[in-house]
Structures are given as C-alpha cells and as structure tokens.
Design a protein around this ligand. Structure first.
Ligand code: IMP
Length: 197
C-alpha cells in the first residue's frame, strides 16, 4: 500500500518510518513531488492534522496521513500546546522555544507535562483519527542533545533520561508518535486489500 506522509519534518519521517516498519510504501511530500508548505492555522491538533491530510488528499487523490503534535504542561495551562513549534515566535529555533519554556517554568515545582500526537489518515476519501499520548515531566535544564524540538527537556514517565538522551529505538518505546503510529498500523493491517490501493 502506498501512503503519503504529509510532512516536511525529517525527524518525524525517521520516527514514523521506524515505527511503521516496511509493510507500507511511505512517501514523504518531497518524494511525492509536493513542495508546498501546509499551514497549521487551527486551535487544535486535530484540526491542523485534518487540514494537512485533506490538502494533500485533494491535491493527489492518494491515501495519505498527516500528524500534528504538541507539548502540554500542566503548570502553564497546557502551553505551548498547539503552538509548540512557534512558542517563542515565528521563525524562532527549538533552542529559543526550550529557553522560553524553562524560563516560564522557573521556580515552579509542578513539572508535569505530556506530548500528544494526532494522526489524520485519509483513505478512500474517509478520515480516521489516531491519538498517542506520552506523559512525563519537564527537566530543570537540557539533558542530552539528540532528537529534535523539546526532546532534551522532556523526561517520559518510567525513565530518568530525557528524549534527547535516547536512541531512536529507546524513544520509540515511550513516544506519543510511536503510540499513535501503532494505532494507525493496526487500523491499516485490518483493512481488506482493495484494488488500486
Ligand atoms: P508540529 O506537529 O509540526 O506542529 O510540531 C509541533 C512542535 O512540537 C515541533 O516543532 C516540536 O517543537 C514539538 N514536538 C513535536 N513532537 C516532538 C517530539 O517528539 N519531540 C520533541 N519535540 C516535539
């Protein structure tokens, strides 16, 4: 089965390819010859994921999925949430986002947080949503340099190491994206093979 993964984020592609295995032929936007940036204008991860998958499905007619993820902290009322990529402002780096998060949590003992991923799959014109959540906490400072985004400051429940200190396979055991992808794969595995897919 051929599936377009509607993202330009190489880190996400690496993680999803790892989690999804080789049963499906996964094409990135670049590999599908699509070079446009898809906006994420909505207030929820679900709406942004839907916008991205719908845009690509309407453009290509090929089964596709997208994902939108965010980091939610309890002490900051769920921030940065859907604004995780742009927390410190448009065009700012992951380092800027982490600095702002650590500043905003400075002196606060409640470090509880979670990563949430929503995947929107469009197959035969119908949408299916899959969610993955990884509970954890925000470290006092960066730990490790691996991964991307907020990985160095996020410590998943059940570990004392941050995502930034983990290999791809270690992160996969905990991650929100891996959990949402496992649901996507289970759904795809249950589909009867249909001609043309
Ligand atoms: P989006 O899903 O492309 O909107 O990305 C949301 C932002 O959340 C990313 O730019 C990262 O900063 C952050 N993010 C999403 N998933 C992860 C992750 O697995 N590790 C670290 N940061 C992440």
């Amino acid at each position: 089965m051929k599936l377009i993964f509607a993202t330009n984020n190489d880190h996400k592609v690496k993680e999803i390819r790892y989690a999804i295995g080789d049963r499906f032929e996964l094409l990135t936007l670049k590999e599908a010859g699509i070079f446009q940036d898809i906006p994420e204008p909505h207030a929820t991860l679900e709406d942004n994921a839907t916008e991205k998958s719908t845009t690509i499905y309407n453009l290509t007619g090929t089964s596709c999925f997208s994902e939108d993820s965010g980091l939610e902290t309890d002490a900051l009322d769920g921030e940065p949430g859907v604004r995780s990529a742009r927390y410190a402002g448009d065009g700012r780096s992951s380092d800027d986002n982490m600095d702002l998060l650590l500043d905003n949590l400075h002196g606060i003992s409640n470090r509880r947080a979670r990563f949430r991923t929503v995947i929107s799959l469009i197959i035969d014109g119908n949408e299916h949503l899959f969610e993955g959540v990884c509970e954890g906490r925000i470290a006092g400072s960066r730990q490790g340099e691996g991964g991307f985004g907020y990985d160095p400051v996020f410590i998943p429940e059940g570990s004392d190491r941050s995502f930034g200190e983990m290999t791809l396979s270690e992160k996969d055991r905990y991650s929100h994206r891996a959990k949402a992808t496992a649901k996507l794969v289970a759904f795809l595995n249950n589909l009867q093979p249909k001609p043309g897919i």
